[in-house]
Design a protein around this ligand. Structure first.
Ligand code: LLP
Length: 426
């Protein structure tokens, strides 16, 4: 077992025990039970620092895409570090407020904002709506006009660039539901600029997620700048360019560029085209939290089979939905390597949920026995935020670590919580 993890430098083995910062994960598992998500605050701040270095001396606002992990304590870390937030629902806005975030630094993305969500966002005074369709423009105009306000907007453009990632998380291609077609952009800006309830402030794009190459970003940037030139030549000022999120992380030897290196290239392009001083916004999610977290789970049973051996753990697809949804890879490693309790074997690591799709890792070489605990790595993004109660399973607990200090930031969901809002028919 390697002593360190290239993608997760805040997780390492010391005295044959897996640690996050200065806390042994086995101790946390004993204290808080399993399945348990554990996050490193230093890992989040270090990921953020790479963006901050990249933007040194520039006008830039980092809006954490909180869909990646919207736990209040995680939001608090980013709010205190000066981040804004990219939200996609009224529920996410409420979370930002509960975490002490600055609503003026909130941008509201998503193709299906309701009137109620628009009103809530206007009342609280968010920074910008990233509008995704022509009909949304008209509805937002109506809602804002009725409130006697002007909604700040940016139009999300679909630049038709292939981000070379999993089709479910690719968003900037013509066939995707997101954004306004490149060809329609000018006409839509002209329409929006003439409406009394809207104020055009920016332009926006987001081409996909888990992007590991620089070129799709450079292509999208060129297309966006072409559009900005065209729109401004028609007298509509674009104060900021929002470049979305999408930067990938190392799950399995993936080699995405570092945030500062990516932005060095993008800023060079902005400078070369005369946009170096324009205000920039970005919406990173996964790259800020994905490698800051793990999910600790206990081996319940080993089930040898003719074709497959199964290692059944107490976390499942309701806690870790990414393998089932995207065939995603997460490394799975033991917490304690001091005295392996069993011979090495090849296992499919699966959960207790009654679906064959409930797998967490396939064909993994592990040396484990029932009662041992393993960590599912790179589980900080799109795990807890996508967790469900399928099979009437309460959601896992979450702990935030800072050096030697471990704080329980979400209690394990009790079964009684699951049906607290239900009633029997009288
Ligand atoms: N901005 C917008 C408009 C987005 O739709 C997204 C992600 C982001 C920013 C943040 O992207 P990131 O930096 O995290 O790549 N559940 C999938 C990922 C879905 C991404 C959805 N949109 C997964 O687990 O891989």
């Amino acid at each position: 077992m390697p002593a360190t993890f290239p993608g997760q430098p805040f997780f390492h083995y010391a005295h044959e025990q897996l640690h996050v910062e200065d806390c042994a994960l086995n101790t946390l598992a004993e204290q808080f039970g399993t399945p348990l998500f554990v996050y490193s605050k230093a890992a989040m701040l270090s990921a953020l620092a790479a963006y901050q270095r990249g933007f040194a001396g520039r006008k830039a606002q980092i809006c954490y895409a909180m869909k990646a992990n919207s736990t209040l304590a995680v939001l608090q870390v980013f709010a205190r570090a000066g981040c804004g937030f990219d939200i996609v629902s009224g529920g996410e806005l409420a979370r930002v407020i509960a975490a002490g975030g600055d609503v003026t630094k909130v941008i509201f993305s998503g193709v299906g904002k309701t009137r109620a969500e628009m009103r809530l966002a206007l009342e609280t005074g968010i920074g910008c709506f990233n509008v995704e369709s022509e009909s949304e423009i008209d509805v937002l105009n109506e809602v804002a006009t009725a409130m006697g306000l002007r909604a700040p907007i940016s139009i999300r453009v679909n630049p038709n660039v292939d981000p070379k990632t999993h089709p479910y998380i690719s968003t900037g291609l013509k066939g995707n539901k997101f954004g306004i077609a490149h060809e329609r952009t000018l006409a839509v800006y002209q329409h929006a600029a003439a409406l009394p309830g809207l104020k055009v402030v920016g332009i926006d794009c987001h081409i996909g997620s888990q992007i590991t190459e620089v070129n799709p970003y450079l292509d999208a940037m060129d297309r966006m700048l072409d559009l900005v030139e065209t729109i401004e030549s028609h007298g509509i000022a674009i104060e900021h360019i929002d470049f979305g999120g999408g930067l990938g992380i190392d799950y399995q030897g993936d080699t995405p560029p570092q945030a500062d290196a990516l932005w060095a290239q993008l800023l060079a392009k902005l400078d070369a085209r005369g946009f170096g001083q324009r205000k920039l916004m970005i919406e990173p999610g996964r790259s800020l939290v994905g490698n800051a977290g793990v999910c600790v789970t206990e081996v319940l049973y080993l089930k040898p089979g003719e074709q497959k051996n199964f290692c059944i753990v107490d976390a499942a697809m309701n806690d870790l939905p990414r393998p089932a949804m995207y065939q995603a890879f997460h490394a799975i490693v033991p917490l304690d390597t001091s005295a392996p309790s069993a011979p090495t074997a090849l296992y499919d690591v699966v959960g207790p949920v009654c679906e064959s799709g409930d797998w967490i890792g396939r064909d993994r070489s592990l040396q484990v026995a029932p009662g041992d605990k393993v960590a599912v790595m790179s589980a900080g993004a799109y795990c807890m935020s996508m967790a469900s109660n399928y099979n009437a399973r309460g959601r896992a607990a979450e702990v935030l670590v800072e050096g030697t200090k471990a704080s329980l930031v979400r209690a394990r969901e009790a079964v009684s919580d699951l049906f607290a809002s239900e009633s029997l028919v009288g």
